[in-house]
Write a protein that binds this ligand. Structure first.
Ligand code: SF4
Length: 677
């Protein structure tokens, strides 16, 4: 094909908050007035990307140059909550923000300025470079998040590192059984789904544990469909049977597990009937589960999703699932282990990068508040100015009624950095247009496949758009910090410096292939079974034992017209993103789905308008049917990703009380009532 322009190839990594972190080659026409990125080709040779994207984002060019992308700064021209704005120049917006910021800083404390951020763009520079600004300012910054933090904390306490297993082991020939627990791989982690399907073809058996009949359940040798949040009860049952039948790996336990005796005693006596009732599983299914586990000792791998830790006691759910693998001795051998988040393998090389990006040695530590409690925190008049970047809190955070009320405060000046108008920009005084991930140099550290990959930034056709770093660099200069050394570098300088801080064995593949992965298919981390805990042994904590004493108190009780509410993302959306290119699915957000059995038993009709309510809020929905749901369970898709939608966000029902470690949300500890209108 004849081209009358020069094609530039750049490595890119999808920076969405997603298991994939797909690595690709972007082909760019840098001279084009607008459509500069022509194609993005997922790498075939990357052992996880495997040459394909997910259906959410297999056309990122469309999103990049979408007509609704924000191309100029916007200033509020209507009431808060209306998304009415007038365009202004970036310079004008910066002047307004710097005046406001200086006033707030002088009249109140600098800590009355709050920065809320998360992993909407998970590039390290995108996420952490604004810390240079906020730390120097002495502002308050949010901490932790909405997603897997509770599970990481719980597993970290147990193993010393929440990451223990090489995910490429899914393809290891020693594996004979894969247990996919609380994860809808086909919709949320399609690259792991691909590997699991291949493992099945190669002879591995599959067990799926999920309150929803997922696509993968169709291929499973055994499917367990318990009530949501009863994971620890299933674990308790399994551990009891392993102990009483003498099928535990005694050697493994005595050599590598600390304080296990109490736990063994604890699970020796259980009320089986109660557990069967509470989980709604039958004895035969659990017996089959045990049989498969026992027959495949030291050849079983667990893949556990983020769902089981999205409860008040989510971390303990994860610990109890991990105990099954511990009691079976399924660590340290090829084809075994426990996959949850593997980003813990990145911490040695990631630490110095974050230190450099945030310039932590030159700035002071800030006051932090949990992101999950943003709504409550903003209720007090303590905060006078809010910056939001890389997150859409008015879609993603729980207890939206409180959050929205807080954001409506007239004495709160809100600046939102984003690419599109959304639920959060509705509450902004000023919106700043930012660059797409592919338009900035950055480094991405994935969380399912460990390692690091690169994003070689291509040109952005919109002159008023800036990266997060560029925006705060300009703001720093506006408020008189023009001579400060921490604001002199360009984003490219920071990127280059970070690459240089990586060990040589990482720099090389990053440069030549676009990515570095620390493992091969046969690598077994911690194969000496010495874990990075104080004494090298797996740690059992008092709370892990206590959970087995508690039964009904932890599992929410529901009445006949009440339902456990699940609120996971739809397969065409990532949390609160992708509305612009998948608008055809908007109506799924206006529905509440029930199993047909429930629809009949509570005397409702499909497609009728119904009222959904609980103590946090109420809203009308259309009744939809989903036969994959367990009776007693309802589903409203989360992450309403549109600017102005008639539909209500499911997070009006979710509790702000976080998981007990206070590190992330307890979104699924929710019960709703459904009534006829
Ligand atoms: S959203 Fe996830 S699976 Fe889809 S392209 Fe991005 S990283 Fe890959």
């Amino acid at each position: 094909m004849n081209r009358n322009f020069e094609l530039t190839k750049r490595y890119g990594t999808c920076s969405k908050d997603c298991y994939g972190s797909c690595v690709f080659i972007g082909e760019w026409n840098d001279q084009a007035p607008e459509q500069k990125l022509l194609t993005a080709k997922p790498l075939k040779e990357h052992p996880f990307t495997n040459g394909f994207f997910c259906p959410k984002l297999n056309n990122r060019e469309k999103l990049l140059y979408h007509p609704q992308r924000i191309k100029t700064a916007l200033i509020r021209s209507g009431p808060k909550g209306s998304n009415s704005f007038t365009s202004v120049s970036l310079e004008e917006a910066l002047n307004l923000i710097s005046t406001q910021l200086t006033t707030v800083k002088e009249k109140y404390k600098p800590s009355s300025i709050l920065a809320a951020y998360y992993a909407g763009n998970s590039g390290l520079i995108s996420m952490y470079s604004p810390f240079r600004f906020f730390r120097k300012l002495g502002a308050t910054i949010t901490s932790e998040g909405t997603c897997n933090e509770a599970g990481c904390f719980a597993l970290g306490r147990m193993f010393g590192n929440y990451s223990t297993t090489n995910p490429l082991q899914i393809s290891n020939s020693n594996n004979r059984l894969i247990v996919v627990w609380g994860s809808n791989l086909a919709d949320r982690n399609n690259h792991a789904h691909f590997l699991v399907k291949k493992a099945i073809k190669n002879g591995s058996k599959l067990i799926v544990v999920n309150p929803v009949r997922t696509n993968l359940a169709e291929s499973a040798d055994l499917f367990l469909q318990p009530y949501p949040g009863t994971d620890f009860l299933i674990a308790k049952y399994v551990l009891n049977k392993l102990v009483t039948s003498g099928e535990c790996d005694e050697n493994f336990i005595s050599q590598h597990v600390d304080k296990c005796i109490n736990l063994v005693e604890e699970v020796e006596n259980i009320d089986e009937d109660k557990i069967l009732h509470q989980t709604s599983l039958n004895r035969e299914t659990l017996h089959e589960f045990l049989k498969l586990l026992i027959n495949n000792k030291q050849r079983t791998l667990f893949i556990v999703g983020f769902g089981p830790q999205k409860y008040f006691y989510g971390g303990r759910n994860l610990n109890s699932i991990a105990l099954i693998q511990i009691f079976l001795g399924n660590f340290g051998h090829q084809g075994t282990g426990f996959l949850f988040s593997q980003s813990g393998f990145n911490r040695d090389f990631k630490g110095p990068l974050i230190e450099y990006i945030t310039k932590s040695s030159k700035t002071s530590q800030n006051r932090r508040i949990p992101l999950i409690n943003l709504g409550y925190s903003l209720r007090s008049n303590q905060y006078k100015m809010l910056f939001v970047y890389n997150v859409n809190p008015v879609s993603s955070l729980p207890n939206q009624n409180i959050l929205e009320k807080s954001l409506l405060r007239e004495d709160l000046f809100t600046v939102v950095l984003d690419m599109f108008l959304n639920e959060t920009t509705k509450f902004a005084d000023i919106v700043i247009p930012v660059k797409f991930d592919l338009e900035t140099d950055d480094l991405i550290t994935p969380y399912f496949i460990p390692g690091i990959s690169t994003n070689q930034g291509g040109p952005c056709p919109y002159s008023e758009c800036s990266s997060n770093y560029e925006f705060f660099q300009r703001l720093a200069k506006k408020i008189g910090w023009q001579d400060d050394s921490i604001f002199q570098e360009t984003q490219k300088d920071i990127f280059k410096k970070c690459c240089g801080l990586l060990p040589k064995f990482i720099q090389e593949p990053l440069k030549t292939k676009g990515y570095y992965i620390p493992f091969d298919v046969n690598d077994v981390p911690f194969n000496d079974l010495k874990f990075p805990t104080s004494n090298g042994k797996i740690q059992i904590h008092q709370t892990d034992i206590e959970i087995f004493n508690q039964n009904l108190d932890l599992v929410l009780k529901r009445k006949d017209d009440e339902f456990y509410l699940l609120s996971h993302s739809h397969k065409y959306f990532i949390h609160s993103q992708m509305g612009e290119i998948h608008g055809e699915f908007e109506n799924v957000f206006g529905k509440i789905f029930l199993n047909s059995y429930d629809i009949d038993s509570i005397g409702l009709k499909l497609h009728e308008n119904i009222l959904v309510s609980n103590k946090f809020g109420e809203a009308k929905y259309i009744l939809g049917e989903n036969s994959d749901l367990k009776p007693g369970t309802a589903l409203i898709y989360s992450g309403l990703p549109f600017t102005d939608s008639d539909y209500k966000n499911v997070n009006i029902f979710t509790p702000e009380t976080s998981e007990e470690s206070r590190r992330s949300g307890a979104y699924f500890s929710t019960i709703v009532k459904i009534t006829k209108i």
